[in-house]
Write a new protein. Structure first.
Length: 129
């Protein structure tokens, strides 16, 4: 099994990294996003922490400094979160970089040797723009 590093960054400079097990050395971006989202949701659904750290905001959640809070503790649907993530990618809610290369197509095959870094740069909308 091999792990890649997932890095979440914001345009304000915040950064968080964690490991995601991906045994394949080549995988479509769409599948990397799916596995990432499913892992985040599974971890949340098991522990129900106060803050849900996720690529995209679940329905009914409020934005906090470190993620999202759900008004009431509940089970999060991984498939729904995945669909939200794909839509967010399509409308430029975040950019994906593998190394220094921006990936613009969900079906692009990524080279993912052990230790590769996949960065999800969350874009913050400009006020008034």
């Amino acid at each position: 099994m091999g792990a890649v590093t997932i890095a979440d960054e914001t345009t304000s400079g915040e950064r968080r990294t964690w490991a995601l097990e991906i045994p394949e050395q080549r995988l479509a971006l769409r599948e990397v996003i799916r596995r990432r989202v499913f892992q985040e949701v599974a971890e949340y659904n098991v522990r129900h922490p106060a803050v849900f750290r996720s690529l995209v905001q679940p329905a009914g959640a409020e934005v906090t400094r470190n993620g999202y809070t759900l008004r009431e503790q509940r089970h999060v649907d991984a498939e729904a979160q995945y669909r939200l993530a794909v839509k967010a990618f399509g409308r430029n809610g975040f950019v994906v970089l593998v190394g220094d290369h921006q990936v613009e197509d969900l079906d692009a095959e990524l080279d993912l040797p052990v230790g590769a870094e996949v960065t999800f740069l969350k874009l913050v909308p400009l006020v008034g723009g």
